[in-house]
Design a protein around this ligand. Structure first.
Ligand code: CO
Ligand code: ZN
Length: 334
């Protein structure tokens, strides 16, 4: 699974520019579903037909990024943010466009070094000697993501875009392991989550599932600042969502996840987040409401170029998702 995590996290695909990561996922899931299609917003939907409950399993394939908004006379690029960019995380970082063009983010000198960082004072330098050379490489509206290799540090791994390519890797691995399911499973690799759950919103409407399950990252509250008293930490297993900024998990789905983890002796913990949310919040509010739960992978430094997860937690997330999908959800949730 390590190679899969590496391929998933290193591929380009900020929100709205998911072409490369979608093609990569298509390759990974070849032969694992009865049908595979891409919808209008670019969601990749793989269906494994069955007679039972229609289950939508979702992980977003987009990542945060930077959109070129202006090219100046000297060939420097101004940019607009795609998703939740922390300005303190990006100075001196390298970024890469879909065609492989690499740049580095920098900023104009501040009058006062303690001034708050401002995106309109920042720029991407792609090494162009003038506007003409810059425009031969990038156009207004092109989008770059962080450029970092995925690296394994013993039992843990750091990469850019772990949010939410780790969820994509979990889904692909579960598709490989799940030989048969009493349910009809719609595996949805969604677009544009980082700009407001947009892909999951239309995909959930289109699929119209009986049950929703989102797989995403959540905060890990075990770093030296020890500020928030929230439960999820690295190394204690799959995190079962209770609440985040966008939803309260459906109690029956949450209970089913906890019971299934206990029965299968799968390492698990609960997930409560004050802010942020997942595709689950979009699925939950579809039509007249869909019972929805979320399994999260605890992650340090979310939305930085070096997001860290624990491989044991990833394994537990695959195991829990697979175990839940083996249950007859029509019976269990009626
Ligand atoms: Co995110
Ligand atoms: Zn996410």
């Amino acid at each position: 699974m390590k190679d899969l995590i590496k391929r998933m996290t290193e591929t380009h695909g900020p929100s709205g520019s998911e072409e490369r990561i979608r093609e990569q996922i298509k390759k990974e899931i070849r032969g694992l579903a009865d049908s595979v299609r891409t919808d209008t917003l670019g969601n990749l939907i793989a269906v494994k037909r069955g007679r039972g409950a229609k289950v939508m399993v979702a992980a977003h394939m987009d990542e945060i990024g930077f959109m070129v908004s202006h090219v100046n006379a000297n060939g420097f690029l101004r940019f607009s943010s795609i998703g939740g960019i922390y300005l303190n995380n990006i100075i001196s970082q390298r970024v890469i466009f879909a065609d492989g063009t690499v740049g580095t983010i920098n900023e104009e000198r501040a009058e006062n070094p303690s001034d708050a960082k401002r995106m309109d004072k920042m720029y991407i330098d792609i090494g162009a000697k003038d506007k003409k050379e810059a425009e031969s490489k990038v156009a207004i509206g092109d989008v770059a993501g962080f450029h970092r290799p995925c690296e394994f540090l013993g039992g843990r791994v750091i990469a850019k875009a772990m949010d939410d390519r780790i969820g994509c890797a979990v889904m692909i691995e579960a598709m490989r392991r799940l030989k048969a399911s009493p349910n009809e499973v719609h595996w949805v690799f969604t677009t544009q989550e980082e700009v407001g759950l947009r892909g999951a919103t239309t995909a959930a409407f289109g699929v119209s599932p009986d049950v929703g399950i989102a797989i995403d990252v959540t905060g890990a509250f075990d770093t030296p600042d020890e500020k928030p008293k929230l439960p999820a930490v690295l190394g204690k297993g799959a995190a079962i969502k209770v609440k985040d900024g966008g939803m309260l998990a459906h109690p029956a789905v949450k209970k089913l996840m906890v019971d299934t983890a206990k029965a299968g002796r799968i390492a698990h913990q609960l997930d409560i987040l004050e802010g942020g949310t997942t595709d689950g919040a979009a699925i939950y509010k579809t039509r007249s409401g869909i019972p929805t739960g979320v399994i999260s992978v605890p992650t340090r430094y979310v939305h930085s170029p070096s997001e860290m997860v624990d491989l044991g937690d990833v394994e537990a997330t695959v195991a829990l998702l697979t175990a839940v999908l083996k249950l007859d959800l029509k019976k269990k949730l009626s």
